[in-house]
Design a protein around this ligand. Structure first.
Ligand SMILES: [Zn+2]
Length: 304
């Protein structure tokens, strides 16, 4: 694994996501930190999560080049320094906690939404297959447990959905947090894996499909069962380290509308030991008005 002196600040709650200097949206900006000192670089050095609507990305190299650092000093400092994160450093969650959240009888708006698309039986089948849990943190909240190929539980992402529309609740604030945060686990070292990664064990030859959102992966698994459907959570999570588990597989990336190039350009940055292609399904089949709305694959599949 390549480790550079400057890295994007790992997610550790809202305090680690900042206001974007370009679009001024709060909690959308990930800053670079200096691995050697743990300090931020300048306030405007980082990447906006709103890849489409904003697209701001100021890399440390750009910043340092523009601020009188000569090429030679840059080269001297921009070297691999930090030790790669070994498996021993990654924190896991006790399986009993996940089991309890999966067998909870509390209201779960996302499962309710799945049942409205099909029926309760399919909704429960999907919940079991994808380790969908329930959290009381917000009424009706859903937990997407990240279980890796070794069946280690990396953590659970807690989100709130509207039970009728299936959309995420983002007002008055974006309802998203993590199980290890809610449990206030000390010195928890989150290393995310692909959501649904545990399903890779079921069939070593099946092609893999990757989408951005957990919801899309779960819904698409019903419509297109010839793939193992995984979600990367955010496009920034689609990288070399996370795709190593796909070694030897045929992998199809399914970008949301208007994201074809963003995803296709990621391929050289993923593990070279898998075969990739990027699906043009949405790009080629969506109508102009759907393109305008930035439809995702789940919306599209539900419609057809
Ligand atoms: Zn922005």
């Amino acid at each position: 694994m390549k480790d550079y002196r400057y890295i994007l600040e790992p997610y550790n709650g809202l305090k680690t996501r900042h206001t974007c200097p370009n679009c001024n949206k709060k909690y959308e900006f990930t800053r670079y930190i200096d691995n050697q000192t743990g300090d931020y670089i300048n306030f405007n050095v980082g990447i906006c999560n709103r890849l489409i609507k904003c697209g701001y990305h100021n890399k440390p190299k750009q910043y340092l080049d523009n601020n009188n650092s000569t090429k030679s000093t840059f080269r001297r400092t921009y070297i691999k320094t930090a030790k790669p994160k070994s498996n021993a450093d990654i924190s896991f969650i006790n399986s009993e906690i996940m089991r309890k959240s999966i067998s909870s009888n509390n209201l779960n708006y996302f499962i309710k939404y799945l049942a409205s698309l099909w029926d309760l039986e399919i909704a429960y089948y999907l919940a079991e297959k994808y380790n969908i849990g329930t959290s009381k943190y917000w009424k009706g909240a859903t937990v997407f447990w990240q279980v890796d190929v070794k069946n280690n539980i990396r953590s659970g992402k807690i989100m709130l959905y509207n039970p009728t529309t299936g959309n995420r609740v983002k007002e008055p604030f974006n309802h998203i947090t993590w199980v290890h945060k809610v449990l206030q686990l000390k010195r928890f070292n989150l290393e995310q894996c692909l959501f649904g990664e545990h399903l890779l064990l079921e069939d070593m030859n099946k092609p893999v499909a990757i989408v951005e959102s957990e919801k899309t992966a779960i819904i698409a698994s019903i419509y297109l069962p010839e793939f193992i459907w995984l979600a990367c959570g955010s496009l920034n999570n689609l990288n070399e380290a996370r795709t190593r588990v796909l070694k030897g597989r045929d992998v199809v990336l399914f970008p949301d509308l208007n994201c074809y190039n963003l995803w296709n350009d990621k391929i050289p940055k993923l593990t070279p030991f898998a075969n990739y292609r990027t699906s043009t399904l949405l790009r080629d089949n969506a109508t102009e008005s759907e393109k305008h709305k930035g439809l995702d694959l789940a919306d599209y599949l539900i419609k057809i």
